[in-house]
Design a protein around this ligand. Structure first.
Ligand SMILES: [Mg+2]
Length: 286
């Protein structure tokens, strides 16, 4: 387990530690209440939190775990590279790591625009390929590339290492939801291909709901699917700092940021927890 997980994890949030922490604060004449002290410990801002011993919790902190799908459970990067390579090579179009990097920049910008309401859903499917073809000055129908790419992506079955094991370990102990920004004709077949649908009590796909993370309306939909539990009983796990983590925190949920290797840090993000591999999640939940 990483040092970050130890420092930010919930192990310290139990009654024994609260009592010890309160007595430490009283001894120092601190005025903060118990609610504030809990937050201070979990955010790692209290100097005393560094010296507190780890204890077994008295109860589980969450009833619901809401997982993002792409690059949280599914290896989207691998699936995307495979789908794009097949699509371009079949048409004798240029393929290289540089083309892949360019497409990823274009795709991320398009999704950012969509998630921020600046790009209509109807344009999202094809505009990424229009921009890619323009960039390389290829004369080819973007709609045909877009359809081929989506078909290959829909047929993908790539899972992140350790993801299936994590789902098996948390199944039965928590209720699970899948919350994904994506196109229904791509995400639904992938649920079948990867066999993960039975793990989840509900599955929310932005394309089917009509609104995407981080919009509060997306999380309100999830909240209704769960039967409106206390928001402090829900933990969102995802790789996207804006769509997953910012969206969850703004809605009132806790959030575990899966900051995959190679991802820039966001020091002010304020994630409740941070892990580097999905296999670290069970340590956070102990
Ligand atoms: Mg993701």
């Amino acid at each position: 387990m990483s040092l970050t997980t130890v420092l930010l994890g919930p192990h310290v949030a139990n009654d024994l530690l609260m009592a010890r922490y309160s007595s430490l604060k009283q001894a120092k004449g601190a005025a903060a209440g118990a609610g504030n002290s809990r937050k201070a410990i979990r955010s790692g801002t209290s100097p005393t939190s560094l010296t507190l011993p780890r204890q077994k919790p008295h109860r589980m902190m969450y009833d619901w775990l809401l997982f993002d799908a792409d690059n949280t459970i599914w290896d989207f990067d691998a699936a995307e590279a495979h789908a794009l390579e097949r699509t371009l090579l079949e048409r004798d179009l240029e393929w290289s790591q540089e083309v892949l990097s360019t497409y990823r920049l274009i795709n991320r910008a398009a999704w950012d625009d969509f998630e921020k309401g600046r790009l209509p859903k109807e344009q999202l499917r094809d505009i990424r390929f229009k921009r890619l073809l323009e960039h390389y000055r290829h004369d080819h129908p973007a709609e045909e590339l877009s359809l081929s790419y989506r078909n290959y992506l829909a047929a993908s079955h790539h899972l992140l290492e350790g993801a299936l094991d994590v789902l098996q370990r948390v199944q039965g102990r928590y209720r699970l939801g899948l919350i994904t920004n994506g196109l229904k004709e791509v995400q639904r077949p992938r649920l079948q291909n990867t066999g993960i649908a039975p793990f989840f009590d509900f599955i929310a796909i932005s394309d089917e709901i009509g609104v995407a993370k981080p919009d509060a309306a997306f999380f309100a939909h999830a909240q209704a699917c769960m039967g409106h539990p206390g928001k402090d009983r829900v933990l969102v796990i995802g790789d996207n700092p804006n769509a997953d983590i910012r969206g969850a925190l703004d809605f009132g949920y806790d959030a575990c940021w899966l900051r995959l290797p190679g991802t820039a840090n966001h020091p002010k993000l304020g994630a409740t927890y941070q892990i580097r591999r999905i296999s670290e999640l069970p340590d956070v939940l102990k």
